[in-house]
Design a protein around this ligand. Sequence first.
Ligand code: GCV
Length: 615
Amino acid sequence: MMSEKTCRLWLPRLGELAPAACDTPQSVAEYELKAGCAALGMPAPALVEDADMGEAYAFREGGAGPEIVGGPTGLLYGAYAWLEAAVCGEALPEGTQKPFYGLRMLNCWDDASGDIERGYSGRSLWFEGGRMAWDDGRVRQLARALASVGINVLCVNNVNVRDEAALLIEDYLPDLARLAAAFRPYGVKLMVSIDFARPVAHGLDTADPLDERVQRWWRDCADAVWQAVPDLAGFLVKADSEHRPGPFTYGRSHAEGANMLARAIAPHGGVLVWRAFVYNCQQDWRDAKTDRPMAAYETYAPLDGQFDDNVILQVKNGPFDFQVREPVSPTLYAMPNTRLAMEVQLAQEYTGHQIDLYAMNPMWRELADQLPPETVDAVAAVGNLGRDWNYTGHPFAAVNLFGFGQYAWNPWVDPERVIRRWVRLTYALPGGQEDALTAMLLASRETYERYTAPLGLCWMVRPGLHYGPSPMGYEFDSWGTYNRADRDAVGIDRTSKGTGYAAQYPEEIRAGFEDLERCPERLLLFFHRLPYDYKMPDGRTLIQRIYDDHFQGAEEVDAMARTLEGLDLPQPDRDEALRRMAMQQANAREWRDVINTFFHRMSGVPDAHGRKIYD
Ligand code: GCV
């Protein structure tokens, strides 16, 4: 199962992987420091444990030289931070370092069959044919990568728990316990997704959360699960969403459903992560009153304050579904008395399938600027991992796994700094080349945005696949995903004169979105329906702006390809990156031509610069 190609993630320059005999965070920390410092030709600092510090650590000068002081996992994080600073040539930070978020979770959408829903890096690392099996070395290599950026919870299976034969969690308990043991020395706890209707599969005639037999069933289930994996982080639940079962079937609220499960796992210290991805996926496209982005707020905001303390409501960063550009979800502003997690997606479902470059830290930094990071208690990312030799399909997609950890540790971290760190840790490129790769990744999101759906319009992707353009693909479908382009105008009015979506935001934010002058340009068509001759602030018409962006985006990808060609990347990364870049160039051209042709046909307006638009 182990690939012959060298996977570098960002770690090999820190030294070799610790042997399996290192089975505590402290022993891994000691090994890593010794090996890493030897590789770098520098003396290793001493490790001083202070159990009260938990995940925190600090660097200090001791009597006999430099020391890292920290809690058990803090020492491990401190060791990685020390090595990272040494490789990157950065000064060691002063004072106590601790993560901003206590829960920094990765959600893997792995099915028991071994498929990964929205996975673009090969098959599951731990499921195959309905059973759990894995390559120990690869799993430890991954655990190390997660620890080195402070990710501390890994949910191992898909939130769509649809594999009837396979996801009886009790069948998996011995395997789950072994997998937990592989991750434990790296400070990573496992979590599992569960099926709300599971009791029915076990012979009960209901999964009603208020039924005592159901409550007892879940308590017994939790007892068995935690006996096998005493430090399991908790359960993750997708309920009443995209055909998953949930409390609505029994006329119960999501607070009643979540609290029932939370009470079953509370004695074991587990958290119940409840996803807030609820909307009507069987909408009639003729119904212009129902506006999908409003659904989560409508369901959850009235429940604020009703969830138990060990429930975390996990809300996607935007109100739709990981589109290229969305406003922050209004639900995140609306629940001050509920523990919230913000969910982002590393798997590039709508952002290029790990073929096209799309580095995400700039987006997360924007999120931190829009929503005070303390509004949420935790962050979760849908993983981009798989069994490919490099774990992430595109070798550069690892920047998002690395970057997520750094963002979860410090949501204000500078995106440029994160990307440069990843480049420097992963590849020893000469100065100019390091700058070029850093700049290319830093700009990759905006480039992708230019050649795909314009100005906050969503869902112009090929249905189902979600790669490549299809401006009308979701237009007459049931998913609530419309742009309503016609010959005169495009977009949906989500102001108080339209669907009223904007009113879900706090007043100041609402007013900004509703005001055409103040609405962020990149979200213009998310909030407003505008005619093609609408004058943009720089004097161009809306239609001209759409054309210009698409020509520019495709040209930027060609420039990226030239830059990439000139980089002395090691093999096999170089060939893989070039191969994928050729695919990105083709994709960008396709988007440019389809989108420009679509709007040209709709509007009849020619390009002011006479460039090629197909009829
Ligand atoms: C796991 C989108 C994706 C689904 C995913 C769902 C979710 O709809 O296309 O594949 O299912 O989001 O986040 O639950």
